[in-house]
Unconditional design. Structure first.
Length: 177
């Protein structure tokens, strides 16, 4: 794609955004607007909510995937991985799950694009993949179509990468150069 991608680190932006939305799309909007305001550059934000079929309603992570001890306390990758592995073991060691992935591209104050899509995965504690920093649950996530752990796939091999690329391409067609 004809874009240069810069990270927050590349731009020297160190803002900790309070994700107070009730849905992945609300959180993605909050992040996109905050970082767009700080950078004055078109900003892509992503957020996800996880729904695990075999977990009871009170154990559903939803938008609180990283806040296993309460809404205000995020924890380290290894603790997240251990928590979900323990909870999965309590329900038989595996479960189908759905990620609700929200993408928001803020091109300007009045040009905001959003899309939410579902990503179906299998979460399994047996034969865990390697721990990927920042993405601990990819160690438990298995692509149902290929049987591969997400932690062992390149980003381009992951089923969600095509959804993100299609969204960005579609937005680029609507943004004047």
């Amino acid at each position: 794609m004809p874009v240069e991608v810069l990270s927050l680190r590349d731009l020297g932006i160190e803002i900790d955004v309070a994700e107070e939305g009730q849905t992945p799309e609300e959180n993605a909007h909050i992040k996109a607007e905050t970082y767009w305001t700080a950078s004055s550059l078109p900003t892509l934000a992503v957020d996800g909510g996880l729904y695990i079929a075999r977990f009871p309603p009170e154990k559903q992570p939803g938008v609180y995937v990283r806040r296993i001890h309460g809404a205000d306390q995020e924890v380290a990758d290894r603790e997240i991985l251990a928590h979900y592995a323990r909870e999965l073991d309590r329900v038989g060691g595996q479960s189908t799950a759905t990620w609700q992935i929200a993408l928001v591209l803020m091109a300007s104050a009045d040009r905001v694009f959003a899309r939410t899509f579902a990503l179906e995965v299998l979460l399994a504690t047996q034969n865990q993949g390697p721990l990927r920093p920042g993405e601990p649950l990819t160690s438990l996530m298995v692509d149902p179509a290929t049987g591969k752990h997400y932690a062992e796939m390149t980003y381009g091999e992951r089923p969600d990468s095509a959804q993100v690329a299609d969204f960005v391409r579609g937005c680029l067609d609507k943004i004047p150069v």
